[in-house]
Design a protein around this ligand. Structure first.
Ligand code: FES
Length: 171
């Protein structure tokens, strides 16, 4: 296990979450806000501070599709995916309802000297094929044809980058 400070505890009020992209490997680090499909060797993690002062950390990408759970509704000890409504238990990482039928990773979390700290599993260096195994969300997603519209996207299917980018043609 490797301990990684995420943020000062005072910055995450009860009922709030903090979502970060974490570089895995022998020198883990927070590299920025969580991303649906981040760079290889990284993973998205959401730290949640419940109203009754409990702390949890789970993988932030829904197991059913490339949607950040941190963008969904945080209620009690659960986060609801806005994609299709699966609600994930923060203590187990498991979905409580379909369509998601697989869990997301969970990480031990503690508050030490005012800092929220998570424990990451030991992983191989990033240049080895197994480097992204620990803590990563599944690489493939299925069953996205029935994507529910996000309230802010006017019915667009969830996409890794917000759906507005177009690929440039090679010159
Ligand atoms: S339930 Fe999360 S993307 Fe479908």
């Amino acid at each position: 296990m490797t301990s990684l400070p995420i943020a000062p505890a005072e910055q995450i009020a009860p009922g709030a979450v903090k979502a970060v992209q974490v570089r895995l490997g022998p020198l883990p680090a927070v590299i920025g806000p969580a991303q649906e499909m981040g760079p290889a060797g990284t993973t998205a993690i959401v730290v949640a501070h419940t109203a009754d002062d409990q702390w949890y950390a789970i993988g932030d990408v829904c197991s059913h599709g490339p949607v950040l759970l941190s963008e969904g509704e945080f209620e009690g000890c659960t986060l609801e995916c806005w994609g299709h409504g699966s609600r994930f238990d923060l203590s187990t990482g498991l979905p409580q309802n379909l369509p998601a039928n697989q869990g997301v990773p969970t990480y031990p979390v503690s508050v030490e000297n005012g800092q929220v700290v998570i424990d990451l599993p030991a992983v191989d260096p990033p240049d080895t094929p197994d480097a992204t195994k620990a803590g990563d969300a599944p690489e493939t997603f299925s069953n996205m044809d029935d994507a529910a519209p996000h309230p802010d996207q006017g019915g667009a299917t969830p996409s890794p980058s917000g759906g507005d980018k177009q690929q440039e043609e090679p010159v």
